[in-house]
Write a protein that binds this ligand. Structure first.
Ligand SMILES: [Zn+2]
Length: 255
């Protein structure tokens, strides 16, 4: 579960910047048919980027949607077990499947279809944040206190927005990350949603926790320059992947 704990580094899913980037990268990779349908479903005045953080905004009013933002693959397990990690079909993997089914079905009422699209845009982003596809009994990293460039925060917020906020401005990052080759995009788009969750889980094992500096017991972990240097390319890669995969999903579902 992801709750707001420490002040300092904000702690909600990829921050709005991460979600907007994923949405903009995907938008740029849509087919003409998918783009037309996305515009019709969202309606005038909304873009994929502008609605990309909506599920975080309604989360407190609709608590049943909370578990849809993550899947708890234990950090000490090699991979996903749906019975264990997605109880009662209540996790991001099942939520993505549900939203895709609603989006594809022309009988879905317009307002519900619009919500399904907004959830889908958000959830494909969320599951690529390694802490949304793993569980270390620390509330998705919310319980791990860190100090980052002198600011107190927690590990979850660090990966949602703390690191990303220092990599660069949204427009610069969009230019950099959307310039990937078609070949690289096709490579990213392979596999299933479960494969993508396991890939993010592996990054949590190897990088998020694997490279985390060891602090004194009870003391916050000081995030080193070395950790930041290794983490930044992982974040960029995950955003690039999420964008390419969201585009693939929408191009398939909205033909
Ligand atoms: Zn979220």
């Amino acid at each position: 579960m992801l709750a707001l704990f420490c002040a300092g580094i904000p702690a909600l899913a990829w921050g709005p910047e991460g979600h907007a980037l994923v949405a903009r990268i995907a938008d740029a990779q849509l087919t003409a048919a998918a783009r037309t349908q996305v515009a019709a479903i969202l309606g005038p005045g909304s873009t994929m980027a502008s609605v990309s953080s909506w599920p975080d905004q309604i989360r407190h009013d609709r608590p049943q949607t909370g578990p849809w933002h993550y899947v708890d693959i234990p950090i000490d397990k090699p991979g996903l077990d749906m019975d264990r990690d997605c109880p009662k079909g209540n996790c991001v993997i099942a939520a993505i499947a549900d939203m895709r089914a609603k989006l594809k079905d022309p009988a879905t009422p317009a307002a519900e279809r619009r919500e399904a699209l907004m959830f889908l845009i958000h959830f494909v982003g969320d599951m690529h944040q390694p802490l949304h596809s793993s569980d270390n009994h620390d509330k998705g990293g919310n319980d791990v206190h860190v100090i980052f460039h002198g600011q107190p925060g927690n590990l979850h917020g660090l990966w949602d927005s703390g690191l990303l906020g220092r990599i660069g401005k949204e427009d610069e990052l969009f230019g950099k990350l959307s310039a990937v080759s078609a070949r690289r995009r096709r490579k990213f788009a392979k596999g299933t949603v479960s494969d993508w969750a396991e890939e993010a889980h592996k990054l949590a094992q190897q990088m998020v926790y694997g490279k985390l500096p060891q602090g004194a017991a009870g003391a916050p972990v000081e995030i080193s320059a070395d950790y930041e240097r290794r983490a930044d390319p992982v974040i960029e890669l995950q955003i690039e992947r999420a964008g390419a995969r969201l585009a693939m999903v929408l191009n398939q579902d909205l033909q």
